[in-house]
Write a protein that binds this ligand. Sequence first.
Ligand code: KMH
Ligand code: ZN
Length: 275
Amino acid sequence: MSVAVLTAALTGPIASKADNPSLPITREEIAADARSAWEAGASVVHIHLRDEEGRPTADLDVARRTVEMVRDTCPALIQLSTGVGLGVPFEDRERLVEVRPAMATLNVCSMTFGEGQFLNPPDKVRRLAARMLELGVKPELELYDAGHVEMALALHEEGLLSEPLQFSLVLGVRGGMPATVESIVHVVRRLPPGCVWQVIGIGRSNLAMTAIGLAMGGNARTGMEDTLLLRRGVPAQGNGPLVTRLANVARTLERPVADVDVTASLLGLRGQRAS
Ligand code: KMH
Ligand code: ZN
């Protein structure tokens, strides 16, 4: 069977050290966890930034210094979140691609997100997609609901995305699609041939949803953004153990884990390793 690309979402915008003291918040902690996630099999690290108070930030200086430190610490491909955190203005979020990470998320639709609102108006999403294309920053198209596929495909038809398209199916956010096999099957059927896709399972569904994605031939993401627990009642002691668990599932399913060069080549990032 084909290789599996594993992504580690190291921090996210929501959890705090009060929820799990192993959550990486400072750039030193993020770089150290990027390293352990890479050693465990993640070829991509998905990064959210926090300010001095631990709040999500789109500060460009924080972004530059964090990306630089992660680059110096491990060769994993760096994917910055342009989702950043609910309430952070789109105009601040979109500027993060100016740091020129190899990859960044592109959230294609607005939605209810738990008790908040996640605002991604079409004109601004188009502007960000165009800028990413210009800069050569590979977008990961975040799909929280089945209808989001249509928006992503429209962007592609408009010439704002380059192939291979890379999709994330985000399962289990309240306001998005539920964490079920039916959700995965329904969305995967709508995806275009030749695309790259992964499953993200939020919270309790993390292991089951990512395992199903891997069994179906997709890729998978884990990390402390998606779950703070290694097992029921057992806090994850960092991102490394979560990636180790996922890599073991992949290998059990006879999906060899992709290294950074293989992932870069699958995503059309040849020559951009660790940038
Ligand atoms: N927060 C996750 C539900 C992003 O950061 O732009 C999806 C995500 C997207 O990681
Ligand atoms: Zn994220």
